[in-house]
Design a protein around this ligand. Structure first.
Ligand SMILES: O=C(O)[C@H](O)[C@H](O)COP(=O)(O)O
Ligand SMILES: [Mg+2]
Length: 319
């Protein structure tokens, strides 16, 4: 996907009206677009309710694997999205588990996790046995003689995502599974994000840094199931029956969200909108500074539209 011109800035009523005319389906990123941690971005509930009142289809696609779909339902309801349904959210913990079958790992199998509760819960919901992850026995200091370090030969896959419990015990054990059986069991990464925007202006280490740590120490490459995976988008489009040409991706990160929309051929020619409420600042957009070096095409990360906050949608429309 190539977008050669500068993004169109959405500031006026006619711009917002044009979005409503052009798109029937809206995909929203979460961290940095809908909320920052537990803090809702002002106007987002009103914006989503407005879109839905006009018959638009809205789904949320997040690389944050720390919560399962059920836990996201609770969060959306808590933050005021009263009619939110489980089928509207696609977190990468769900994407990771959905991929297992295609990788030859059937329900019932044991799966090792370096990550938070979302992955554990989605594994259980999918009929898998989740090992590692939030197991509190792994909170203790590393001890090479600890019986927990014994590898379970029945583990058939490893899923790594963001975690705030990134300690040496968990890292060392995860490495054993990644090396096990001549590095033959699938290694799934929940995302490639380097950082994510936290509250109070904090920039926090994201899941991609955890996945990359394990990739480096195991000297293995992982399967990224999160944005910008085109397979992830294909699944969402197919499950919801979306017409790509009438679908827009709204996100705050160039190399995940915007690339997801552009590479996924959304919109009639393009379908990505960058908001500046999260990790990307105007100067980043100007220079496309945050690009991982292995992404060769900067145009695939250039949004068609840019907006200070999607939360301003209704206010702009009302003039
Ligand atoms: O590490 C994480 O949890 C994610 O990278 C991060 O939160 C991104 O989430 P998203 O912006 O895709 O909602
Ligand atoms: Mg984001």
């Amino acid at each position: 996907m190539t977008i050669s011109s500068s993004p169109i800035k959405i500031t006026a009523r006619e711009h917002v009206q044009a979005l409503l005319d052009q798109y029937d389906n809206f995909l929203f990123d979460c961290d940095g677009v809908v909320w920052l941690g537990e803090t809702l971005i002002p106007g987002m509930v009103e914006a989503i309710e407005y879109l839905e009142s006009k018959g638009k289809k809205v789904v949320f696609v997040t690389n944050n694997s720390s919560k399962s779909r059920d836990e996201y339902v609770e969060k959306f309801h808590r933050l005021g999205f009263k009619s939110f349904r489980k089928q509207q959210v696609y977190p990468t913990c769900y994407a990771a588990v959905s991929n297992l079958d295609q990788l030859g790992v059937q329900p019932g199998a044991k799966v090792w996790v370096l990550g938070d509760a979302g992955i554990m819960h989605e594994l259980k919901e999918g009929g898998y046995q989740a090992l590692g992850g939030t197991d509190t026995r792994l909170n203790q200091a590393f001890d090479p003689d600890h019986p927990l370090l014994e590898v379970d030969p029945e583990v058939q896959a490893v899923i790594v995502g963001s975690t705030k419990d990134f300690n040496y015990m968990r890292i060392a054990l995860t490495l054993q599974y990644l090396l096990h059986n001549n590095k033959s069991i699938p290694f799934i990464g929940a995302n490639i994000d380097r950082t994510y925007p936290g509250p109070h202006g904090l920039i926090l280490p994201a899941g991609g840094s955890v996945v990359s740590y394990m990739e480096y120490t195991a000297n293995r490459t992982f399967l990224n199931v999160g944005k910008p995976s085109t397979q992830f988008l294909d699944t969402i489009v197919a499950e919801n029956g979306f017409d790509r040409s009438r679908t827009l991706m709204v996100g705050d990160t160039l190399y995940t969200d915007i690339k997801f929309g552009n590479d996924g051929k959304l919109g009639a020619g393009a379908g990505s909108l960058l908001v500046l409420t999260g990790g990307t600042k105007p100067e980043d957009l100007a220079h496309l500074l945050h690009l991982p070096e292995d992404y060769e095409d900067p145009h695939s990360m250039t949004p068609l539209y840019v907006m200070d906050s999607f939360g301003a949608f209704v206010d702009i429309l009302k003039g």
